[in-house]
Design a protein around this ligand. Structure first.
Ligand code: UT7
Length: 322
C-alpha cells in the first residue's frame, strides 16, 4: 500500500496590493465593516497582462524547488481554477508547456473554492492506485477579472493568488483521507451567470460576474463545515485533540473561527491568511499551507486538516500527516 505524501509547497501573490481604503472609493463600504464582518484588510490583484497560468507557474516552480524535484519528474498535473486563461485548453496544459514537460496527464478541476481539495483528492487516488508517482497539484485564481466592482456585497471579498504542492508516492503516511461532496440544488446562491438571460430570479443583470447571496452561503458554509469535521475524524478513528493544525479555505474569519471552535482548536492552531489575501477561492488553501510550512509552524509529523466550502455547492476535506 502506498500513500501520497506532500513533498513541497509553493505560492505566489501578485505585486499589487489593494487595501480596504481603496474599495471605499469604489463602492459604499468602509474599512471597519470589511474587517469586522470578514476579517479582510487587503487583497492582491493581478496586473493587466498577468494570467492565471503566469501566477501558477511561479507557485509551481517554488513547490518543485521545495520538493527537490525538477519539472521532468512530474507525471500528473491537476489544476484547480474557476478563472482559466482560456475555455480550452485546460490551464493545466498551458502550465505543462511553460514547465517544458511533454506527455504527462494534465487537466483542470472546477469545484470553485473547494477546487484545491478536489484536486488533492484526485491526485491522491492517482498515486495510491499507481497511476502517478509525482503530482503537481495547483490552485490558482485571477478572481479580480470576474468580480463586479460595483457590487459591495462581493467586491470586498475576493483576491488573486496561486498555490501549489508536490505530492509523491511514499511508503509512510501522507494523505489519510479526502472527502469530496457537492449539491447542485444550491447552484443559484453563488454563481457566475453566463449572460443577462441566465438569472433564475429573472433579474436583468450583466453576466460574467460573481453573484452571491452572502448570508445564505454563510449559514450553509458554517453548518456544512462543522459536519465535515465530524465525518473526517470518524473516517480516521481520530478525536478532535489529534488535529495539530487546521488549514481552512479563507472566505471569512467568522466561518474559520466557527470551524476551529467545532474542533476545540484555539485560533493559534489555525493558519489564517484571509486578512492579507482575501478569498482567493481554489488558491486559498495551498497559499495558507505554504505560509504555515515556510514559517515553520507546521512541522513534519503534524496532523493537518484542510477543509473548504464553495460554489456548487461543493465542500470537502483532506486529512494528512505532513
Ligand atoms: O468562498 C465561497 C464561500 N463564500 C463564503 O463563504 C462567503 C459567505 N458569506 C459571507 O462571508 C458574509 O455573508 C458576507 C461577508 C458576504 C456578508 O456579511 P453578513 O454579515 O452576512 O452581512 P449581510 O449580507 O447580512 O449584510 C448586513 C448589512 C446589510 O445592510 P442592511 O440591509 O442591514 O442595512 C448589507 O447591505 O451590511 C450591508 N453590507 C455592507 N456594508 C458595508 C453588505 N456588504 C457591505 C459592504 N460594506 N461591503
Amino acid at each position: 500500500m502506498s500513500f501520497a505524501r506532500l513533498s513541497g509547497t509553493g505560492s505566489y501573490l501578485p505585486e499589487r496590493v489593494m487595501t480596504n481604503a481603496e474599495l471605499e472609493a469604489l463602492v459604499d463600504t468602509n474599512d471597519e465593516w470589511i474587517r469586522e464582518r470578514t476579517g479582510i484588510q487587503q487583497r492582491h490583484i493581478v496586473g493587466d497582462d498577468e494570467t492565471t497560468c503566469d501566477i501558477a507557474e511561479h507557485a509551481a516552480r517554488r513547490a518543485l524547488t521545495a520538493a527537490g524535484r525538477s519539472p521532468s519528474d512530474v507525471d500528473l498535473i491537476v489544476f484547480a481554477t474557476t478563472t482559466p486563461d482560456r475555455i480550452f485548453p485546460a490551464t493545466a496544459c498551458l502550465l505543462q508547456a511553460r514547465l517544458g514537460i511533454h506527455g504527462c496527464t494534465a487537466f483542470d478541476v472546477q469545484a470553485v473554492c473547494t477546487g484545491f481539495v478536489y484536486a488533492l483528492g484526485i491526485a491522491d487516488r492517482f498515486i495510491r492506485t499507481g497511476g502517478a508517482r509525482c503530482a503537481l497539484v495547483v490552485g490558482a485564481e485571477t478572481l479580480s477579472r470576474i468580480v463586479d466592482w460595483t457590487d459591495r456585497g462581493t467586491c470586498v471579498l475576493f483576491g488573486d493568488g496561486a498555490g501549489a504542492v508536490v505530492l509523491e508516492e511514499s511508503k509512510g503516511a501522507g494523505i489519510h483521507s479526502t472527502h469530496l461532496h457537492a449539491d447542485g440544488h444550491y447552484a443559484d446562491l453563488l454563481h457566475v451567470p453566463r449572460d443577462s438571460t441566465d438569472d433564475p430570479a429573472g433579474n436583468e443583470m450583466p453576466g460574467g460576474y460573481i453573484r452571491m447571496k452572502g448570508n445564505e452561503v454563510f449559514r450553509m458554509a458554517t453548518n456544512t463545515l462543522g459536519r465535515i469535521v465530524d465525518e473526517t475524524l470518524l473516517a480516521n478513528g481520530l478525536e478532535k485533540r489529534d488535529i495539530d493544525w487546521l488549514v481552512p479555505h479563507q472566505a471569512n474569519i467568522r466561518i474559520i473561527a466557527a470551524t476551529a471552535r467545532k474542533l476545540n482548536l484555539p485560533l493559534e492552531r489555525v493558519i489564517v491568511t484571509v486578512e492579507r489575501h482575501g478569498n482567493t477561492s481554489a488558491a486559498s488553501i495551498p497559499l495558507a499551507l505554504d505560509v504555515g510550512i515556510r514559517d515553520e509552524r507546521i512541522q513534519r509529523g503534524d496532523m493537518v486538516l484542510l477543509e473548504a466550502f464553495g460554489g456548487g455547492f461543493t465542500w470537502g476535506s483532506a486529512l494528512l500527516t505532513y
